[in-house]
Design a protein around this ligand. Sequence first.
Ligand SMILES: NC(=O)c1ccc[n+]([C@@H]2O[C@H](COP(=O)([O-])OP(=O)(O)OC[C@H]3O[C@@H](n4cnc5c(N)ncnc54)[C@H](O)[C@@H]3O)[C@@H](O)[C@H]2O)c1
Length: 324
Amino acid sequence: MVHKVRYLSSEDVRSLMPPMKEVVELVEETLRHHGAGATQMPAKIDLGPAPDSFLHAMPAFVQPTGAVGMKWVAGYPANADKGLPYIHGTLLLNDAETGKPTGILDASVITGVRTGACTAVTAKHLADPGSEVMTIIGCGVQGRTNIEALLAVFPDTERMLAYDIDPERQAAFADEIMQTFDVASVIPPEPQEACEGAHVIVTSLPIVKDPKPVIEPDWLQTGTLCVPLDFDASFTPAAFERADLFVTDDLEQFERYRSKGYFQGIPQPTGELGKIVNGSGPARPDGTPIVISANLGLGVLDVALGARILALAEQKGVGTELPL
Ligand SMILES: NC(=O)c1ccc[n+]([C@@H]2O[C@H](COP(=O)([O-])OP(=O)(O)OC[C@H]3O[C@@H](n4cnc5c(N)ncnc54)[C@H](O)[C@@H]3O)[C@@H](O)[C@H]2O)c1
């Protein structure tokens, strides 16, 4: 018997993507499972074929839902100069009972959306609930999905501050966000002005082996949540040190990256996002703490969102069935 596997292109995935609020709920539920130990997710296996590049194998299983598979994702900072995306990804899904491959999905869109949703869940649990000013440093793919997700969770956001080293990208990004979400968008000329006065700061610069971070502790007002998606590329060790609470989305993965040379001189995180979400981790300290959550990226979120999209594709007959 010829077994068939469903292939979903980036356009298929985009057309099936649930609304951001639903993705945020799915990500929160998956983080809860992860925090409860109901997942399998070894730390990423990584290769680096070009300077500052990575190729990561991210196998993951979410036991309560049966979502299982592996994302194979590439990040190449030099791609910007070639007009190519920073991130390329492919997600292979399997049937949890038999191991049969069930889907091959483009994972670039999934990576962007699940990372934004994870930031929004982080902010739901660790930001000031009255947060109204959101800052994005790095106005690329992640900047776009992260602000969209934050606005889904903080609909009363008053303004977004966006900084990018490329002024054209910065201005185009601010215009797009203003028009799409009807939120005031400001483009400060320097990153310091983008940080001062922010309630939530998301940074998404290229991850590099020899980082030159610029965000100093005195740029952060009390009560701010910082979500570096770019490891140690943006926040100085002193800024990490200043945090009243420093956590990550996965301690094992954090340790692995530290052993690879990232996060040097940076304190040890004292909690994990999944445990914070399910109430067994450290809570946001009282008062107006500075909190940093280094979200490194979780394979469990890729397989959870991929499985949801694959189920929708099967219902709607979207995609291409390939014989194996
Ligand atoms: N933690 C996670 O889960 C996760 C997931 C996906 C991507 N990432 C990381 O997020 C980062 C961004 O990915 P992307 O797909 O948005 O890339 P992108 O190329 O679309 O966006 C990066 C942006 O950063 C800007 N930039 C570069 N250097 C800068 C600087 N010094 N100051 C200000 N802006 C600068 C670029 O002009 C660009 O607009 C990468 O490091 C990637 O590895 C993290």
